[in-house]
Design a protein around this ligand. Structure first.
Ligand code: AKB
Length: 320
């Protein structure tokens, strides 16, 4: 039987870089695609195709050229950037996903597709602890695109037999690549400012609680979800997954246990309104029951690992 070939679309981004490192470490065959070249040293030796996911023919040609069987489609505009460039964000997020799903449903098809949804599908009515089928009234272009994307995944599974699987990610925190344009980015950005002379300026209010997750658990979720038989999965949209929830004040207090002189101030900007519409936590019993979801990293471990990894490293964060 031919070996699986994994393609990561959006391989130069935050989650794409982590997934590429993980698949490479597991000895899998991996092809990277992105509009911009990867920059992490650990994946520069993997085959890379400069690709615009909105170009259906070009994408189909490159996937076929590499005999790709599994696609991890991460290319997307995130919540804050999406509010400043709404038409571009909608086109990228929807056309990109529809192109991948069309190719997956085609004659040569794909064995599996992973596509990330987000806590952004929920809106102000979803409550502090959003249920799997909680009220979805997204308030951002990004959230609307993720909500519509979930429905397209459901449609392509039911009507075209595509094995596409998804989870609703919270804010993701890792060391190998920066996020770009998200509302939860402060929780990565702050680790580049621990020893600044000036206090770190956080763009959310200090009591804004949001769900968050270490990258190791984000990658673990993909590995676990993609490994179980399709028949085990009751959800054909996207699974809620929960790891930890905290507000900026709680994160910064934990940081101070390592860096006693760390100082901050909060100056909420337009991202505060986005965060205010999101739930503080997700109810994830279906993911736990169906595919054994269980996070492994808590807040103290997250802060310890981020500080250890950032020592002597170049800055990760990029301006929004
Ligand atoms: C964002 O902040 O836009 C993302 C997300 C929660 O999906 N990190």
């Amino acid at each position: 039987m031919a070996q699986d070939v994994h393609c990561i679309i959006g391989a130069s981004g935050q989650l794409g870089t982590e997934m590429a490192l993980s698949l490479k470490a597991a000895g899998e065959r991996v092809v990277l695609m992105d509009i911009k070249s990867p920059s992490h040293d650990g994946i520069l030796d993997l085959p890379f195709e400069q690709t615009d996911v909105c170009d259906l023919q070009g994408l189909a040609h490159r996937l076929s050229k590499h005999n790709v069987s599994h696609v991890h489609h991460f290319a997307a505009a995130l919540s804050a950037r999406g509010e400043t460039e709404p038409q571009w964000a909608w086109d990228l997020n929807m056309r990109g996903l529809l192109n991948v799903l069309e190719i997956a449903a085609g004659v040569d098809g794909l064995a599996q597709v992973f596509w990330p949804s987000s806590i952004a599908v929920f809106g102000p009515g979803s409550g502090a602890w959003a249920a799997q089928d909680g009220h979805r009234l997204p308030g951002t272009v990004y959230g609307i695109s993720k909500n519509a994307g979930e429905q397209w995944c459901n449609w392509y599974h039911r009507h075209r037999g595509v094995d596409v699987r998804s989870v609703r990610y919270p804010g993701l925190i890792g060391t190998h690549a920066p996020p770009g344009g998200g509302t939860t980015d402060y929780a990565v950005e702050v680790f580049d400012h621990l020893n600044d002379a000036e206090p770190y300026t956080c763009f959310l209010a200090e009591d804004t609680q949001l769900p968050m997750m270490h990258m190791d658990d984000a990658v673990l979720a993909i590995t676990q979800l993609m490994s179980v038989p399709r028949s085990a999965l009751r959800c054909t949209e996207a699974y809620n997954i929960q790891a930890m929830s905290f507000d900026p004040a709680t994160l910064f207090a934990e940081i101070r246990r390592h860096v006693p002189n760390f100082r901050y101030r909060c100056a909420p900007d337009f991202r505060q309104d986005i965060a205010a519409g999101w739930p503080g936590a997700l109810e994830d019993s279906m993911a736990r029951e169906d595919w054994g979801w269980k996070p492994t990293v808590d807040l103290p471990e997250l802060v310890t690992s981020m500080i250890a990894a950032r020592k002597g490293q170049p800055q990760l964060s990029q301006p929004t």
